[in-house]
Design a protein around this ligand. Structure first.
Ligand SMILES: Nc1ncnc2c1ncn2[C@@H]1O[C@H](COP(=O)(O)OP(=O)(O)OP(=O)(O)O)[C@@H](O)[C@H]1O
Length: 243
């Protein structure tokens, strides 16, 4: 998939929100998209999804099936979660949502009305509907925002599996939740301009450093597992370390 000189403005007199973006995506790429509030991340995701057309420039070779999990799932709909997922399944030719409900720890939400969902629970429904489409391009807008600890842990392995199957995953993510994945690249948006910021040999911020973390003993296992899933090397201190 390729973006060639893509620019976008919301109204003719407005400043462009996205300016002259060139980028190439290969199957299996995982992109962490960062930028200040209002930098244009959600706008770029909608352009990538094909929901919005560039004002100028082109996006070519987009995978045929696109999944988009929005930053705010629209809960103003008269369905329960299961009725909504069944409805989306019919639209998508019988796509199966059940495995995703299990992996995203949302079984107890199935009978809940969309209107009654908390923000994080609504977010899980948005993720499930994006994943069930079996997309070739998966776009996640702040996927970790509001998720509980179990689901936060579940998401990076899901993205890694999809990447291994050749799915392109692009996530606007301030929390660095996908950073440890082997195919991860980093894009940052500043005033509408896109820059690739990681993976360059001269990037001193990529040099490894070792940090010590103090936390309650009961949280150690959970913390180490989470760090491991994010690709960091961890070890519990030995008596020598603490002497
Ligand atoms: N429908 C719209 N009409 C006009 N301007 C818009 C519209 N949607 C977004 N904008 C403007 O476009 C710019 C980029 O917005 P966008 O939501 O893409 O940023 P973002 O990086 O996702 O922000 P955040 O981190 O706060 O979610 C902002 O200045 C915003 O006010």
């Amino acid at each position: 998939m390729r973006l060639s000189n893509v620019s976008f403005r919301y109204a003719r007199r407005d400043q462009p929100v996205i300016q002259g973006v060139d980028a190439q995506l290969a199957p299996g790429d995982v992109i962490e998209l960062t930028g200040a509030n209002g930098a244009g991340k959600s706008t770029l995701l909608r352009l990538l999804a094909g929901l919005t057309r560039p004002t100028s420039g082109t996006i070519t070779d987009r995978p045929a099936v696109v999944g988009l999990a929005p930053d705010r799932f629209p809960t103003e709909q008269p369905f329960t979660v299961s009725a909504y997922l069944n409805h989306m399944s019919r639209i998508r030719g019988g796509a199966r949502w059940e495995p995703w409900v299990e992996r995203l720890n949302m079984g107890e939400l199935l009978g809940v009305r969309l209107l009654a969902l908390s923000k994080g629970s609504g977010h899980k429904v948005g993720l499930a509907q994006a994943l069930m489409a079996d997309p070739g391009l998966l776009l996640l807008d702040e996927p970790f925002a509001g998720l509980d600890a179990d689901t936060r842990r579940a998401l990076p392995p899901i993205v890694e599996e999809l990447s291994q199957r050749g799915v392109i995953v692009i996530a606007s993510d301030h929390q660095g939740g996908l950073r440890g994945l082997p195919t991860a690249r980093r894009w940052s948006l500043t005033a509408g301009h896109l820059q690739e910021t990681a993976g360059t040999a001269d990037d001193a911020t990529q040099e490894p450093v070792t940090v010590a973390v103090t936390l309650p003993a009961a949280d150690v296992g959970d913390f180490l597992t989470r760090m491991h899933h994010q690709g960091y090397k961890t070890h519990e201190p030995t008596p020598e370390d603490t002497r």
